[in-house]
Design a protein around this ligand. Structure first.
Ligand code: FEO
Length: 397
């Protein structure tokens, strides 16, 4: 009954959309939903590349059957074992008992660990090939993009890269699957957010993977989330390259917390100092209100970061501490950094932010602003100066 979505000769999209999940990985909001992409390659032999979240198991099986009817699937290729893609492995094995599960040594251990399957495996090595009849697939290990077992599968005949999570983004596929048939506007920011939050810690492995794949002719990228990249495949690769090198665009994120508006006024003033110098990309986040995933997206996107915090129980304000921890976890590199803060009777926040900037080995603007209680004229001027100093560093880049 389902319309077959043939994205290339013999390659069918059989993935599903999820519009009901609130938080991806139990952490990241999904304002536009998410797709779990799976691909069926129909040749003399049939191969399924990745599966889908088990919540959509029945729909997933029906979509496969619409393409191949009663023919069995010969191979299940597992590029990535996170359960949003591996969740239907056991169901697939139950439906196609003779299917051979293809993965690397790390994959196969996880198949047993998650799903209790212990046989019917074929272990591949980096560079192994599989002939399906009229096309040959090759396998490329890309560990830590973003799990240890992650790999990519390349259709050497049609130049299609099945990339796992790489080049993926949040957002359902509404009516079409390939980028040239979609309005792609909503996906780009969601690609940044996906990368920053989920892959962000693994810049070096992503660079290694990009270098490894550089010699392949790629006409189409089939990720496990979001559109199939055909028209915009180069843009997707460039975004991943830039993000994994922690290369920020010319712009500033000001992330602050404020209990009664005094620290917020400092943020506003610093922003004016920055804008005065011709910088237009300024994003201000109240970290107690903006979701961390949006703040991290913007921090990955822009070159400069300014953090402001009130002193709270002789510590950073809790929501600022949460953000600082997330940045440190991702080891975000090469940022221009400014900081500011406030206190009522004893200051601690500014000292802690100084320590943070030093620990991150960032290019720190050494003129922080600290206020006691309200913002007075002298400190107002210092905030403007801090903004100007940030802008000057950016303009020198
Ligand atoms: Fe989409 Fe890492 O799973």
């Amino acid at each position: 009954m389902y319309k077959n979505i043939e994205i290339a000769p013999g390659t069918f999209y059989v993935g599903v959309n999820d519009r009901s999940k609130a938080l991806f990985e139990g952490l990241w909001p999904l304002p536009y939903g998410v797709s779990y992409n799976s691909y069926l390659i129909v040749d003399e032999k049939i191969a399924l590349v990745d599966t889908a979240d088990i919540c959509y198991g029945t729909l997933f099986l029906d979509k496969i059957a619409s393409v191949i009817g009663d023919r069995p699937i010969d191979y299940l290729i597992i590029n990535h074992m996170e359960p949003d893609h591996s969740g239907s492995i056991r169901l697939i094995r139950q439906t196609y008992p003779d299917i051979k599960i293809i993965g690397n040594s790390k994959t196969l251990g996880m198949v047993e660990g998650f799903y209790g399957l212990t046989d019917g495996f074929e272990e591949i090595k980096d560079g192994s090939k599989l002939n399906l009849g009229n096309r040959t697939l090759s396998f490329h290990l890309t560990p830590m993009v973003h799990w240890p077992e992650t790999m990519m599968t390349y259709d050497e005949t049609h130049h299609i890269l099945f990339a796992g999570d790489a080049f993926g983004c949040f957002g359902t596929l509404d009516g079409a699957v390939v980028d040239e048939d979609l309005n792609t506007d909503k996906y780009w920011d969601e690609m940044y957010r996906y990368y920053a939050n989920i892959v962000g810690k693994y810049g070096a492995p992503v660079q290694k993977a990009l270098n490894k794949l550089a010699h392949l002719k790629i006409d189409m990228i089939c990720s496990t989330h979001g559109p199939v990249w055909k028209e915009h495949r180069q843009k997707a690769i460039e975004i991943y390259d830039k993000l994994s090198r922690y290369e920020g665009e010319k712009g500033v994120v000001i992330a602050f917390a404020s209990m009664y508006g005094n620290t917020e006024q400092m943020a506003e003033t610093i922003a004016m100092g920055i804008a005065e110098s011709g910088i237009k990309n300024i994003v201000i986040h109240d970290v107690s209100k903006s979701h961390a995933s949006d703040i991290l997206r913007d921090i990955f996107k822009y070159k400069a970061l300014v953090i402001g915090s009130p002193t709270y129980s002789n510590e950073l304000f809790p929501s600022v501490q949460g953000l600082v921890d997330k940045i440190e976890t991702r080891d975000i590199k090469h940022r221009i950094f400014g900081y500011f803060g406030s206190f009522t009777w004893a200051g601690a926040a500014v000292k802690k932010l100084a320590h943070f900037g030093e620990k991150m080995k960032w290019d720190v603007v050494e003129t922080p602003v600290e206020i006691k209680q309200g913002l007075k004229d002298e400190k107002y001027q210092e905030c403007l100066e801090l903004g100007r100093a940030i802008a000057q560093k950016l303009n020198q880049e």
